[in-house]
Design a protein around this ligand. Structure first.
Ligand SMILES: [Zn+2]
Length: 239
């Protein structure tokens, strides 16, 4: 079997291309807004703003325990065999308490999810994200850190003790370490400051990536940072 897909095959995999869009600024806003479950049909090719609104609405339902669990039926499953057209990339932590499809009350074919501990960036993660943007034309990347992240906590510990983590966990420590350094003089909760800084730095790193940065510049891609609260389930906007 040939594992190398041609561009045509990639595009077949991608399904129809999503429409390009002009993006509005969204800094300072807060997910989620108190909205009722969608009464109107969802856009078939959401813009970044519409994609963000879908996530905001889904998270509001999740927080309020009023989930509608869209796109999880057998019809949806069968329809997706022809191709996928997810509307958002979620780059988040592996933590079992923060599953994106549940947190945003979405279903099959909606979210293109990349998860590494502490959403640490490596080439495989970056390649996966670029695939979502370049081949699936996804207009929105949401980086989602979370309260009490174990990977950030372990990195904080390693830095404070000037120690190395076991095995390949050290790769995570090295990836997350800049957030510890940058947030060390902030007032307030040390771990939460580091979590938020780690997410902001990840957003900056993605924007600084040549391929992704170009899409942002062209107005075809929006990249935002968020924090998931373990207690409430709420996803708030950071950057
Ligand atoms: Zn985590």
């Amino acid at each position: 079997m040939n594992n190398k897909l041609s561009r045509r095959e990639f595009l077949q995999f991608a399904g129809a291309a999503a429409a390009a869009t002009t993006l509005a600024a969204c800094g300072g806003a807060s997910l989620p807004a108190p909205t009722a479950p969608a009464a109107t049909p969802e856009p078939s090719s959401p813009t970044a703003d519409q994609a963000l609104a879908l996530l905001r609405d889904g998270n509001a339902r999740y927080v309020a325990a009023k989930m509608v669990r869209p796109n999880q039926g057998t019809d949806r499953r069968a329809s997706l065999s022809a191709g996928q057209k997810p509307f958002a990339i979620i780059f988040s932590c592996v933590d079992s308490r923060v599953p994106p499809e549940l947190a945003f009350d979405r279903g099959l074919g909606d979210l293109f999810v990349i998860r590494t501990a502490g959403h640490a960036i490596d080439r495989a993660a970056l390649g996966s994200i670029q695939f979502g943007v370049e081949e699936l034309h996804i207009p929105l990347i949401v980086v989602m850190g979370h309260e009490k992240c174990g990977a950030v906590s372990a990195t904080l510990d390693a830095v404070e003790k000037n120690a190395h983590a076991a095995g390949d966990i050290e790769a995570l420590v090295q990836a997350i370490k800049p957030a510890i350094e940058k947030s060390k003089n902030q007032t307030g909760d040390k771990l939460d400051n580091a979590v938020k800084t780690n997410t902001v730095l990840t957003v900056e790193a993605l924007k600084a990536n040549a391929i992704l940065g170009e899409e942002v510049k062209k107005g075809k891609l929006m990249i935002v940072g968020t924090r998931y609260d373990l207690d409430t389930g709420m996803v708030e906007m950071l950057a």
